[in-house]
Design a protein around this ligand. Structure first.
Ligand SMILES: *Cc1c(COP(=O)(O)O)cnc(C)c1O
Length: 388
């Protein structure tokens, strides 16, 4: 099949045509003077999107996973203690990486569908009198469940006991889609990737280090080479990279951050909230609940929709792909089979969203679910028609 359908997965997201064109560049010598005019605006653009004045941004040819690795290997040493909550597949994988690196992770397991347990963190941090915990990890938006966590509450939990641990936040599926304030929220390292809110192809890990994290680099002894930010710092200082940079991707990132800033971050976030609300209204019209256990946890970049007891959500995902050439997000880990996910971040319009909701309905009816064709579409239409 050669025709092109949009995707309704929470990353990689649909790429605006202008960004695709920006990425598609003829070869440029990255040691030529022209590279500076791609690199520096891309770095500055990411800083603006992260709402940071003081952090340093690092762009690696990698993905979000490489961003996680950059964060921990540059700041920690084997045996260091880390506090993290597991409330979905992505928080689980970051924990798993820490354990592979020999870090001592205190894992707080919470039911998938809940957020980062700030109150529990406050208790644990207050009890850690001799400050063994070096870092608190938080996944801002758990993409596997469609749950957005309250990062300022995590910071407040740390501050309540004057705990000196650093706060590392995975914002891979929130940055550029939902509010994220690196400086105001006291985030020491922020991690993202190119293929979600930045609307680029996969291929870049986007990481920002605040002053405290930069200082930790001097004493950290975990092995690192490709992701050593000191080499990146030296490269950037000379308008280059320590190795061959993905010039087209950086050119795309420069444009993507320009587009986000030009639209205005508040408008970008409002657009995502409105898009998400249409999907939530459709789910409600189908009589289905969300994985997020309360309204304050509902993500504006992805919605996890619980399928009725006995109905495997992954079957719907497989059917949509096989019959209609449309991708939805499958259930992962603890929630595999119990839900399907609709991604609505990045470049999505009312019309695209309605087509995704309509396709989900066709799949449900094809698979014998008791759903009225058009019910979810009508609910979303009403929302999109009456809001701006
Ligand atoms: C997508 C994602 C990642 C990273 O995935 P990559 O495939 O390595 O880019 C990490 N965390 C969250 C929350 C994500 O959504």
């Amino acid at each position: 099949m050669s025709s092109q359908n949009p995707v309704f997965i929470p990353g990689p997201t649909n790429i605006p045509e202008v960004i695709r064109n920006a990425v598609n560049m003829p070869t440029m010598d990255h040691r030529s003077a022209a590279f500076e005019h791609i690199l520096q605006p891309a770095l500055a653009g990411v800083k603006s999107v992260l709402k940071t004045k003081t952090a340093e941004v690092f762009l690696f040819p990698a993905t979000g996973t490489g961003g996680w690795e950059t964060a921990i290997t540059n700041t920690l040493s084997a045996g260091d203690k880390v506090l993290a909550a597991r409330n979905g597949m992505f928080s689980h994988k970051w924990i798993d990486m820490c354990q592979h690196y020999g870090l001592d992770v205190q894992v707080v397991d919470v039911p998938w569908g809940e957020g980062v347990p700030a109150a529990k963190f406050a208790e644990i941090l207050a009890a850690d009198k001799d400050h063994q915990i070096k870092v608190v990890l938080a996944t801002h938006n758990e993409t596997a469940t469609g749950v957005v966590s309250d990062i300022p509450a995590v910071r407040a939990a740390m501050d309540a006991s004057n705990h000196p641990a650093m706060l590392f936040v995975d914002g891979v599926s929130s940055i550029g889609s939902m509010d994220f304030c690196m400086d105001d929220w006291g985030i020491d390292i922020a991690v993202s990737g190119s293929q979600k809110g930045f609307m680029l192809p996969a291929g870049m890990g986007i990481v920002a280090f605040g002053a405290k994290a930069l200082a930790a680099v001097e004493t950290a002894t975990l092995p690192r080479y490709f992701f050593d930010i000191r080499d990146m710092q030296a490269g950037y200082a000379a308008n280059g990279f320590p190795y061959t940079p993905p010039v087209g991707m950086l050119n795309g990132l420069k444009l993507a951050t320009d587009m986000l800033m030009e639209e205005g971050l508040d408008n970008v976030f409002a657009r995502h909230a409105r898009m998400a609300e249409g999907v939530r209204k459709a789910a409600s019209a189908w009589g289905m609940g969300l994985c997020a256990v309360s309204a304050d946890l509902e993500s504006n970049s992805v919605t996890g929709i619980m399928t009725p007891e006995g109905f495997d959500g992954n079957k719907l995902v497989a059917h949509a792909s096989a019959k209609y050439g449309i991708s939805f997000g499958a259930g992962l880990g603890d929630v595999a089979g119990k839900l399907f996910r609709i991604g609505h971040l990045g470049m999505v319009t009312d019309v695209l969203m309605l087509s995704g909701i309509a396709t989900a309905e066709m799949c449900m009816v094809d698979l014998g679910m008791d759903i009225k064709l058009g019910s979810g579409v009508a609910a979303a239409q009403e929302h999109y028609r009456t809001t701006a």
